[in-house]
Structure formats: structure tokens, C-alpha cells
Design a protein around this ligand. Sequence first.
Ligand code: MN
Ligand code: MN
Length: 322
Amino acid sequence: MSEEKMKEKRNEEKESNEEEEDEQKKYEYYKKAGAIHQKAKEIARPLIKVGAKVIDICDTIESFILENDGQLAFPVNVSINNIAAHYTASGPNDQTTIQEGDIVKVDIGVHVEGYVADGAFTVSFNEELDKLVEASEAALQAVIDSIKPNRETHKLGAVAEAAIKSFGYRPVRDLSGHILDQWELHGKKTIPAVSLPSREKIEEGEVYALEFFATTGTGSVHDLPPTYIYNLVPLKRPIRSKAARQIIREINEKYKTLPFAKRWLMRDLKGGVLFGLRELTRIGLLHEYHPLAEHKGIYISQAEDTVIVEHDGCTVTTRKES
Ligand code: MN
Ligand code: MN
């Protein structure tokens, strides 16, 4: 081998070592985000009680994450009763309060260097709905127990569906688990809550947020405006107003492509937020996360954890090792 070739080979080896180190680092970040998520859940649980205001719950959990070395992967979601997901406090004056008889989903997102821990739990203040909470938890556990490389995603959907139906409820079929990647909360691969005709397979090393919703309704949700959560769509578009440009700067600096709350912009920017948001939405630069709901009188539970797929199963980052 010539001097030149050997040098080239050494460089290649060095590069592949560096890549491997980056890969290792990436999982350390996922696990660190998961550990912060676990602590956030611990302080969150006692906050969920009758009479508690959603704005105080969101503020307390979000501050805790930031004070504990984490960043917010999305606004804390507190979705009550027929609302499945994507409700967060509109602002300091949001009067939404937990009532006797409610069922409350708390969905928390932490990231470290863009690597996300996404997980949710449900608290019921209605004894008759305790089984509904168990149903989504059972679906999540069944999928955690059966996820591994080469498993087809639709088979996991079938596992979740069967678990929920065994409690006499239906899965929310419009909502799915999702693959995670750096700065990407909802990647292309999804894990359905029902058996769907997809031949997509799980691969070793992938990271998923596994989430399942059980409902007393039909399992189909609709948008319930207004929107309190957005994320940036990575497109280039001419932006007219100063207000909109200020929002784009703020998003690029703090949130990148991860979801953020309207109330965060209202808190951190000087003014023109509503005007700017309208322009950015109109020109297609913002995706709106509407609250997703069934009809009034329907109840929905949710359970979610984040997992790293390993050669013979998975590690759950958002749970303590047992
Ligand atoms: Mn979530
Ligand atoms: Mn999720």
C-alpha cells in the first residue's frame, strides 16, 4: 500500500470512529432527555388535582424542565375529557380548571440538543373512567413488550387495538406513535393504534414515541380551533412585516422545527405577535396544531413513552430502569 493510500485509510478510520462516537452521544442525549422527563413527571403528578388551573400546571412543569438542564420539545399539553391532544394554556388568563369528574391527559416533551423524550400520562377524577386509563396503559405496555427490529408496524397497531378493545373501548385511530429524530418530533414512520395495511418495519437503533389513546367514542377526532401550538415549516418564503420577521428570528434561535406555544411568544416578544402569526400562517410558514377532540360527552385517555429499539427489544427512556 502506498504512503498516500495508508494516509487515506487512516483518515477514513478516524472519520468512522467519529461517526460512531456521534451515534453514542446521540443515545446519551436521548437518555438524558428521558431522565429529565421522569423527574418532570414526578413533580407533575401532584399538580393534577381538582381546582388546578391548566396555566399553572403548564408553567410549573415547563419551568422545572428548564431549571433541570432540559429544553422544551413542545409546550406542556393538558387535554381534558373529549379533547385527545394539543391543548395548552392560551396565556396567563386562561381560566381552564380541572373539575370533579374530569379525565386529564398530561403530555410532556423534553429535549437535549434536539433529541426528544415525549411521554404522557392520564389522571381520572371519575371512578367510572379508571378502566379507560388502564386501557391505554395496557396498549402501551403490550407494544413496549413486543416492539423489536423487523416487527411490522401494523402488527404493533393490532396489538394496541386488541389491548384497548379487551377493556371494552376503542383506540383513537387518527393518532399514532411516531419516530423521533434530532429536532424532528414527528418523523415519517408511524405506529398506528389499529391494524393498518402497511408493510413498514421497525429497525434497530430507531427511537419512537409510542402513544395510544383509548376512547368511549368512535375513535375519530376533529380539529377544535383556536390554535395555541405551532411549528415552523422549513420553507423559504418572502416575509413582509417586522412582526413576522421577529417571530421567525425567535423560532430559529429557540425552537427550530419543534412546536412552540403562542403564549411563549406573547411572553418573550415585545408585540405584534398575533399579527405576525397570522401572516406566517397565511403564507404557509407555520403549521397549526389544533386541539384534537371527539364530541362533548366522550372521554379519552392517553399513555405514551419514548423507546430506543435494541436488537432484542427496547429501552424506555421515559421510565426508571427497574
Ligand atoms: Mn406526547
Ligand atoms: Mn408523541
